[in-house]
Design a protein around this ligand. Sequence first.
Ligand code: ADP
Length: 454
Amino acid sequence: MLHSLRLRLLLMMIIVIVIAVGTVALFASRTTTTEFQRYTEHGGMLRHRRFEAMLVMYYDQNQGWDGVQSLVEQMGQISGERIVLTDEKQRVVADSGQKLVGQVAGRNWASPVAPIVYRGVPVGTLYADPLGQGIDPQRKSFLESVNRALLIAALIAGLAAVLFTLALSRRIVGPIEALTAAARKMEKGDLTQRVEVQSGDEVGELAQAFNSMADGLARLEQLRRNMVTDVAHELRTPLSNIRGYLEALQDGVVTLSPELIDSVHEEVMLLNRLVDDLQELALADAGQLKLVRRPVALTELVGQVVSLLQSQATPKGITIKTDLPPDLPTVDADPSRVGQIIRNLLTNALTYTPPGGEITVLARDAGSEIEVSVRDTGVGIAPEHLPYVFERFYRADRSRTRTTGGAGLGLAIVKQLVEAHGGHVWVESTVGKGSTFTFTLPKAGSSANGAQSI
Ligand code: ADP
């Protein structure tokens, strides 16, 4: 509880309020007291001067202090302080407090307000509050009420601030609590958890980041599930074919012939290729795909791959052409990986191009990169499939079997390899007209050469 954000916010607010309101109240109270004192002292001085003049007048009229007690009492009432009058010998002749009459002014008395001088002769002394009994109750109550008002104001401000903080902390802490609850549920495997983004502030941003993280996790989880299903599916077909051949042999339905061995061998090769492809992707995912980069002449490399695949093209009646400028700069790449990229693209083109079609490998200088394209006059790819063809196990025609195509890993590997070189790959296609796959590679000298892993 003590560690809860809400409580800490509240405590923080209370501390700030106590400091702020306390300081203001203290200063206000001090200033009021001082200013009030200064004001009353000034008023007091004027009053005492008036009292002095009245007493001189009294002395003039009565030629002595007889009966002055009632006048002094009135003065006491007016000024709110104890007024004492002594004669010239410092004996008290009148006291608004009535008790000191007849006594002699004490040494410990506060200094007198004024001597009463009649025609140049001192006839008495006027004292105000000689025994230092402090300010009168009226003045005291004034100051007290000012201080009380300040205290009440401070309390009201404090209370308002606490209520405000509680409301505010609910607004701040509420979404955080929702986030925590969602994160806990996700931890337990519920990846559908999302939080409502209510504000555009930092907490709102956090909620947004959480939602995108949850989307990413859900996507990864989906990919992982698909991957396992796809791998199982891809393994099942060749394995059941092999099993079928072997069981037929066991049952004596077929006899061992070179054709049968070829068929089983073909299925084993399919499995082999699938495992190789998967391993390649796994290595790339783990960042352990080694690239041994050096300046590579593409014209030569493309020539080699094309002549390798020519043997597959000719029986299908497909022509493979190359169109590379003679002065094409070298690229900074791993030649065996670039060979694999071009091979995968050409194999696909051969698969999806009907007899009589044409495949062209082109290249062009594009600033700091070289663009290489493999263009075919094949079946093309429908627009709805185009964004996904580079995904693992994606096949535009899901019903197709492996005999007419691969496992849907060829382009995923192409993408990984191209990106490992710092390039990118894309496709343009029109159904019935053909497709063009293009990738880029950095020119030699535009990046560091040597062995590196991704
Ligand atoms: P596969 O091993 O099935 O060929 P790829 O990853 O190489 O897998 O390709 C994914 C999908 O993209 C293919 O199943 C196919 O539908 C489509 N595709 C790839 N290349 C071409 C092409 N040259 N012409 C038409 N479709 C293509």
